[in-house]
Design a protein around this ligand. Structure first.
Ligand SMILES: [Zn+2]
Ligand SMILES: [Zn+2]
Length: 252
């Protein structure tokens, strides 16, 4: 009886080993299964994010929902880090658009995020910029970047750290006019404005909050209201209709 049981076990093990071997041989003989074609037809050694790499079956792990979410977030961050590192290092690109396949709003303002690799630093460092999607500024002569810069990060030694920072900024930072501020900086700025208040004639023509920003025709409007108007298709100054809201003045 015992012999027969062991024999069955052994048989099952053999079948398992065979299945694993078949998998290995299939993948080794066809590396394309691991790869994704790029725009120029080349193949990269990374694929799409498969659900089983990120989703975890709660029945397997006896942990709380909260712990489960933490693991899931970590897995997403790790996978995304891998994708971005391969893109920047293997493709030798100097920037990666993090918002390429999604819609991103930074405190309600439609924005894009670009991650940059700094080859000049030793060791190599990464930084990122958040720019407005709908608003450009009047460029100085010879200026290359026309998009309105909303935020530029300090340098990070890993993409993972950088992505964690992006999440923190997305959740906690808010605009005060065109300044994107951390909660601490916001408190400082609001206290300064109480101490040195903005003149009452400088009131956003949409939300009636004091603002230091204005249109190219010199009518006050804050960044969030400017973006909201553009999104709603109202692209000219709400006071005089005399200027294009998507053009941000060169200097305030
Ligand atoms: Zn406003
Ligand atoms: Zn105007």
């Amino acid at each position: 009886m015992i012999v027969q049981k062991n024999y069955k076990k052994l048989n099952k093990m053999r079948i398992d080993i065979c299945i694993v071997l078949i998998y290995i041989i299939t993948f080794m003989s066809n590396p394309m299964l691991f790869s994704m074609p790029t725009e120029n037809g080349e193949y990269q050694l990374f694929g799409p994010i498969y659900p089983n790499e990120i989703d975890i079956d709660p029945a397997i792990y006896r942990i709380s929902e909260e712990e489960l979410e933490k693991i899931k977030t970590k897995r997403i961050l790790m996978k995304l880090t891998q994708c971005i590192e391969i893109f920047l290092h293997k493709n030798k690109e100097d920037s990666y658009e993090l918002t390429k396949y999604t819609i991103f709003c930074m405190d309600e303002v439609e924005s894009s995020i670009f991650i940059y690799l700094d080859y000049h630093d030793n060791p190599t460092t990464y930084y990122y910029k958040i720019i407005s999607k709908n608003i450009d500024y009047e460029p100085d002569n010879g200026s290359i970047e026309k998009s309105l810069l909303l935020y530029e990060s300090a340098t990070f030694t890993t993409v993972y750290e950088l992505l964690e920072h992006v999440k923190k900024v997305e959740i906690t930072y808010k605009f005060l006019d065109y300044y994107l501020l951390s909660p601490e900086k916001m408190e400082e700025a609001r206290t300064i404005r109480k101490f040195l208040p903005i003149n009452t004639d400088k009131i956003c023509s949409v939300c009636y909050e004091p603002t230091i920003e204005y249109t190219t025709c010199k009518h006050p409007i804050c960044l969030k209201c400017r973006d909201k108007c553009i999104v709603q298709g109202k692209t000219t100054c709400p006071i005089c209709r005399g200027s294009d809201l998507s053009v941000y003045p060169n200097s305030l």
